[in-house]
Design a protein around this ligand. Structure first.
Ligand code: ATP
Length: 211
């Protein structure tokens, strides 16, 4: 089977401080992995490294396929409407832009087409980010605290999205919400990795099977 992500001896340091070091991580198509750990454990940093936005300080990282990062908070062009932001994202990825698909994507998350994003609440921005990742259909879904700011209906949308994705894509969910574990195949606990070795020398894969 072709792996979507294969990382070995991965490490990221800011100044003298290692955020993580010696990390082994693999993601296969169809797998959903939870990324756990307390504040500051390195979940966002690892997602950004896996997404290719931050260069690792050490180690090898191989990725296969398109990556979609649902950041927390998600970033948009504030003066563009929701629809314009979706168009822009599709154009950047070189994907076809179909007006009907854009309209449907916004409707599915309960947003109107014309309002500028600067008038959105945090939950509405999160919903727009859900619409965006759903349209972009990446092979690798990296979700950073995806539940933050969402109401119960938004959460349901998100859970549906993860179920949709898990058929053929790989999903990594960084979260403090252990409710996600029932949707995940494995968990990687960065807090446990730190505790196992406070100086964070090279360590083995901290992933554990959860069912
Ligand atoms: N650009 C940066 N420069 C310096 N240090 C950074 C930078 N980004 C993150 N860090 C540090 O890396 C560590 C991990 O931060 P990160 O945001 O990855 O943690 P997290 O697990 O996502 O935390 P939270 O649960 O609070 O979102 C923290 O000590 C943080 O201060």
């Amino acid at each position: 089977m072709n792996r979507l992500i294969e990382a070995s001896n991965l490490g990221k340091r800011y100044g003298l401080d290692w955020v993580f070091r010696g990390l082994e991580f693999r993601l296969n198509p169809g797998e959903v992995v939870a990324l756990l750990g307390p504040n500051g454990a390195g979940k966002t940093t690892l997602l950004r490294v896996l997404a290719g936005l931050v260069r690792p300080t050490q180690g090898k990282l191989l990725r296969q396929g398109r990556v979609g990062l649902l950041a927390n908070p998600p970033a948009f062009h504030r003066h563009f409407s929701g629809e314009e932001n979706l168009r822009y994202a599709l154009r950047l990825e070189g994907l076809p832009i179909r007006a009907e698909a854009l309209k449907a994507a916004l409707k599915a998350v309960g947003l109107s087409q014309r309002k500028p994003v600067l008038s959105y609440s945090s939950g509405m921005k999160k919903r727009l980010a859900i619409a965006r990742i759903r349209l972009l259909k990446p092979d690798i879904w990296l979700l950073d605290e995806p539940e933050a700011a969402l109401d119960a209906q938004g959460r349901e949308l998100l859970e549906g999205l993860v179920q949709e994705a898990r058929g053929r894509n790989g999903v990594v969910i960084a979260t403090h919400d252990r409710g996600w574990l029932s949707h995940c195949d494995r968990a990687l606990d960065l807090g446990a990795l730190q505790k196992a070795d406070p100086d964070r020398p090279s360590s083995a894969d901290a992933a554990r099977n959860i069912g």
